[in-house]
Each structure stands twice: as structure tokens, then as C-alpha cells.
Design a protein around this ligand. Sequence first.
Ligand code: NAG
Ligand code: NAG
Ligand code: NAG
Ligand code: NAG
Length: 368
Amino acid sequence: MLLRSTFLKLKIKYLIVIIVVCFLIRIFGVFTHLFEKDYYKTFEYPYNGNIHISVQQLRYNQKPDIPPINFYNYEYIIDCHEKCTSDSNIVPLRLVYIVKSSPENFDRRVVIRNTWGYEHRFSDVEIRTIFVLGTRHDNELQEIINNESAQFKDIVQANFTDSYFNNTIKTMMGLKWAVKFCSASKFYMFVDDDYYVSTKNVLRFVRNPANYPQYLQESNHKTKNVSVIHQTRIEDFELPEDVRLYAGYVFFSAPHRHFTSKWYVSLEEYPYHMWPPYVTAGAYVLSLEALMDMYYTSFYTQHFRFDDVYLGLLAKKATIEPFHCDHFYFYKNPYESQGYSFTIASHGYDSPAELLQVWTDQKSLGNA
Ligand SMILES: *[C@@H]1O[C@H](CO)[C@@H](O)[C@H](O)[C@H]1NC(C)=O
Ligand SMILES: *[C@@H]1O[C@H](CO)[C@@H](O)[C@H](O)[C@H]1NC(C)=O
Ligand SMILES: *[C@@H]1O[C@H](CO)[C@@H](O)[C@H](O)[C@H]1NC(C)=O
Ligand SMILES: *[C@@H]1O[C@H](CO)[C@@H](O)[C@H](O)[C@H]1NC(C)=O
């Protein structure tokens, strides 16, 4: 009798252990990993097929051979269509900031307008700044936004629900706005409204991305040396008009397969063991050609809810290679006056007062 009861207890113990192990395996997605497809061998993402010709046909207003499969047809509630013109003439621009903001973040927008988003920061560089918002379906909030837009003329708002997993829509409505209403800039920078940005360093970076920031250090050194001052200066370098630049902090990472993750992705949604390389979505730069090719490629790229992954998919399908630069910080670069000399962008500035303070400090040091 005694023997039988201990035996039973032992059995129950084993059963519990087995159940717990199975549960853990499921939570951590071990089985899911086994069924992933090899990104490097078999990658395809709908539309599956060669789209290059159709993308160019769409871009140049011809009827494409392949009918598009994906649209971002949300209406612009506010389109701010005069932002990049002057007396209806198109103004050639150097840089356009497309700031992804949330409807209620009024105080962040105030500080951005007065710091890195200030359009007249440099008298000889044409810069524009707009804020892209979705909607909260709240009439009171909307009235304040309408007033803000009337005052500053820098709000672009589209009719989709503003939420974290609608960020791809926000990004694509920003891209679409640039293509439709502001297509005469050489560079576009997409930034979240909780970032510090140094406009001075953005401009230095786009001048010579491959040698940033070394070329500045070299030229600093050289200007002190009279004997070389008349040689060709490396800062006169300029990227060609047709460059396809998609730059920022580049990630090579794998999808999350454990159920508890905020970023959990099922095999049905995405079957491969790796994401395409992508630039973290908080801050990145696109040249005009990259913007055009990625925008028109979106008509042949099934929607994906993570905006950074979606842009990675667009770049992959458009055969644009993401360009990595360490000076875009997707986390907060801890603040030190001297440590920010070459910082292009840093996450972690959800406090407008702190952003103002850091930016003012860096501007006085000649770094912003
Ligand atoms: C918006 O502007 C109008 C006209 O200037 C004003 O009457 C109204 O009170 C403002 N609304 C808000 C919410 O600020
Ligand atoms: C926005 O979309 C909703 C439903 O999708 C519609 O009822 C509403 O009229 C739209 N608003 C504007 C300003 O387009
Ligand atoms: C995204 O926006 C659409 C259009 O407004 C809405 O139907 C949908 O519920 C939103 N999705 C999320 C996750 O908020
Ligand atoms: C100045 O430039 C010349 C020629 O490149 C070089 O030989 C010399 O060492 C430089 N002097 C300094 C102080 O860098």
C-alpha cells in the first residue's frame, strides 16, 4: 500500500515536470524555430516575382505590367501641400524632416520647431520640417490640432487610428506625402518626436556618409596646416544625384518567436529565420532616389505592422543596401557635452525641457 502511494506520487511529479517543460518549449518558441525557413536560401515576400519594371512604370505614370497588390489609401485630413513651394513654384531643398509624432504631443513639437527642426538654422541650406500624425477620433483634440496647423503650417495628418502598430501606415503616409507634395529635396530624414538630432551633423553626414566623421577630423587638422590648405578639400565631396541612400543604425536580427514578446511574430505572418537587414525606425535618412524606389515598391510589398521591418522589406525588394552609421543612436546616448560632437541622432528625449537644454548646449559648442 505504502509502496503504491509513493509510486503514484513519483508519477505525478514526472507528469508535472513534463507539462512544465512542454509549456516552456512552447513559450520560447523552440518548435516554431524548427519550422522556420532559411532566409539566405529561400527568401520571397509577396508579391513574389520580378517587380523592377512595374515599379518604374508606376513611378513614371505608365500602366504597370503587374497590377499592384498593396495600397495606403488613407485620406489626408491636413495635407500641408504648400510646405515645399513658394508662390506655387517648387523650391529645391537640401533636407526635409518628416517627424513621426502623436496627436497629443504638442509640447514636443513646440521644442522641435525651436531646436533641430528649425527651418532657418542655416541661411544657405533649405530645410523643411513637417509632423505626421494619425487621428484619435476625438473632436476636442482635433480642434487643437487644427489650430496648431493653422498657426505653424507644418502638420500632415492622415485618417487612420494613431497607434503603435499603425506605425507602418504613418511611415508610408509620410513617404507618400514626400512623393506627392515635396519631391524636390535631395535628402529626407524620418525621425520620432522623442529624439535629439543635430542638423549640423546630419548635413555633414549626407555630404560624405562613407567617411563620416573621419573627414571632419582630417579637415580640422588640415585647415591648421597652411601648406595643404589649397589642396582639394575632402569636404567638397558630394554624393551623386542618383544615389540610393537608406542610412541609420542597421540591424541584422531574427524574429521573436516567444509568445510573451511584444514583437511576437507567427510563421504565417513571416516564415524566415532572419529579418532582412533594416535601419532602426526612430531615425533614418533616405535620398530622393531611395525614397522614390521604396515608395513605389510598396505597391508590390504586402503590408507588415513593424515599420522598420517593412522598410527593410522594401529596400530588399528594391535591391537597396542599408548603410550603417554608429552615430545614429537607437538607445539614449548618455549625455556628455564632449560625447555628442558627432552624434547625428539619439533616442530618449521624451522630455522637451531636456531636449532644449542638450540642443542649446551642443549648439553653443558648434555641434548642432
Ligand atoms: C481654435 O481657434 C479658434 C479661432 O482662433 C478659437 O476660437 C478656438 O477657441 C481655438 N480652439 C482651441 C481648442 O484652442
Ligand atoms: C475618416 O474615416 C472615417 C472612417 O474610416 C470616416 O467616417 C471619416 O469621415 C473620415 N474623416 C475624414 C476627415 O476624412
Ligand atoms: C490602424 O488604423 C486603422 C484605420 O484607422 C484602424 O482600422 C485599425 O484599427 C488601426 N490598428 C491599430 C492596431 O490601431
Ligand atoms: C602639413 O602638411 C605637410 C604636407 O602634407 C606635412 O608634411 C606636414 O607634416 C604637415 N604638418 C602638420 C603640423 O600637420
